[in-house]
Design a protein around this ligand. Structure first.
Ligand SMILES: [Ca+2]
Ligand SMILES: [Ca+2]
Ligand SMILES: [Ca+2]
Ligand SMILES: [Ca+2]
Length: 469
């Protein structure tokens, strides 16, 4: 075996005399057995293979290890050359790494923008296919999806309810009952109600007459959560009772209330004993009145109507059915409340947007922006999401509307609602301006100006935000 103790001069002579190509001096020394050794590769691999075994082959093939002591005065110079070489290599490597980093950053920016593009394309595709934008459905204790049957009474075809048509109807508003429906909070919104003036017949004072409003049939399930809004405004309002009516004709009272009530719309919410919902069933609302026409044909005891609106029937427990959906964003408000918001990028006219929000649960409505804190929170969520930023260019609908009284905007999440004026307001320049006399819905309109508000035509389609209190 070739030893590292070979004299440097001998090596140089050997390399020069051999005249071989490929011999190389590799800069830098390494320690071996307490000595600093320089490495010289002879580049004789091809010869070495043909030379076979033996000392000649070993000489050709081995890398030479040279003791620095044998280099004498050349040692320092070589070492400096070596160090300079290393430094130059390190600088070149650093420059290359920096160039590669810049390339990667540029590539990352491209990927980011492509991702934003793709996200908005997916959203557009989902919208064109009529798919929801990611709502995931809660499950019942049996692992089945919690299905909702919802009635807002806005369309005759929605819910196949039966009722005494001569006295109960889809009312829009009434002088003695609620001033607006619950779903839309506007005079145009409809609700199911006992019309006491029609119910009043020539008859005796103090005779109570009862009428029935019956829902469509619901499928049997292990549990049911029922929620609805009711109005019992007016001093002459009497009772409202809800019973479970099964196919076999049996009827089981499950909820009741007596009037009158001071608020226009109140929420009733209860679970139904599972024995009652083990077979197909309907909800039967019993409404009663003592109104009558006196001898001269005047209406008596007719102050008030009994109305119901926004009826929810979930085939699960209320705990499973209600609460914030997994795709909502929760806000921990400084006043201690924790509303949840769902953002919808699929543009809809205001009424359809409202229905979508109502279907998210009895405590859900189009968003009511009642503080700067709430406005800023919403902007923060929008700005943090590429798809919402894209959608936000055409604004987001809120529950704000002056459909009921022109120029008097209200947050309509609770039906008749609360006046916008006097609370937090963030109208854009010269808004609301009711252009064309048809702008009645409040839009978070101007994305470039922190989503300053504007009034727009309610029939135009816009993305929207739902709020669950
Ligand atoms: Ca309604
Ligand atoms: Ca709110
Ligand atoms: Ca208006
Ligand atoms: Ca406007």
């Amino acid at each position: 075996m070739f030893t590292p103790k070979l004299l440097f001069s001998a090596v140089v002579v050997f390399l020069a005399s051999s005249g071989v190509n490929g011999a190389a001096y590799i800069p830098g020394c390494s320690f071996f057995a307490g000595q600093c050794l320089y490495t010289i590769s002879q580049g004789q691999d091809a010869n070495c293979l043909s030379a076979g075994s033996g000392s000649a082959a070993a000489v050709c093939c081995d890398t030479l290890k040279v003791d620095v002591k044998t280099i004498g005065s050349d040692n320092g110079k070589s070492r400096i050359v070596s160090l300079l070489g290393s430094k130059a290599q390190a600088q070149a490597a650093t420059a290359q790494l920096e160039a590669e980093r810049d390339d990667l950053l540029a590539e990352l920016a491209t990927v980011r923008s492509e991702l934003a593009d793709l996200t908005s394309q997916v959203v557009t595709c989902q919208a064109s296919l009529g798919l929801s934008d990611g709502d995931s459905q809660p499950l019942t204790a049996l692992g089945l999806p919690v299905n909702l049957r919802y009635c807002d009474f806005e369309s005759d075809s929605d819910c196949t309810w039966t009722y005494d048509t001569d006295v109960v109807s889809h009312m829009t508003s009434s002088s003695s009952g609620p001033g607006a429906d619950h779903s839309l909070g506007s005079t145009g919104g409809r609700f199911m109600a006992l019309d006491v003036s029609k119910a009043a017949k020539n008859g005796k004072k103090y005779s109570t007459k009862t009428y029935f409003i019956t829902s469509q049939e619901y499928e049997p399930a292990n549990d049911y959560c029922i929620a609805f809004y009711y109005s019992m405004l007016g001093k002459d309002v009497q009772g409202l009772e809800v019973a479970i009516k099964t196919d076999t004709g049996s009827s089981y009272p499950v909820w009741s209330s007596s009037g009158p009530k001071s608020s226009d719309w109140l929420l009733a919410q209860f679970e139904v004993d599972r024995e009652y919902v083990a077979e197909p069933f309907s909800l039967r609302f019993k409404v009663s009145t003592s109104s009558y026409k006196d001898y001269y044909g005047n209406l008596e005891l007719d102050d008030g109507d009994i109305g119901i609106d926004d009826v929810y029937a979930y085939n699960g427990t209320c705990k499973e059915a209600l609460g914030c959906s997994p795709n909502s964003v929760k806000r921990n408000s400084s006043d201690g409340s924790t509303p949840c918001y769902t953002f919808h990028v699929t543009a809809l006219p205001w009424k359809d947007a409202y229905r979508t929000c109502r279907e998210e649960g009895p405590a859900s409505a189009l968003v009511s922006v009642e503080s700067e804190e709430e406005q800023n929170f919403l902007i923060g969520v929008i700005n943090g999401d590429p798809a919402l930023r894209v959608a936000g260019q055409s604004g987001f609908y809120t529950s704000g509307s002056d459909r009921q009284y022109e120029g008097s905007f209200k947050w309509t999440d609770t039906g008749s609602g609360r006046s916008v004026s006097g609370l937090y307001e963030n109208w854009g320049y010269r808004q609301p301006n009711n252009v064309g006399g048809i702008q009645d819905c409040l839009l978070l309109e101007d994305a470039a100006e922190g989503f300053a508000w504007g009034d727009v035509d309610c029939d135009t389609a816009h993305p929207f935000i739902c709020e669950k209190s």
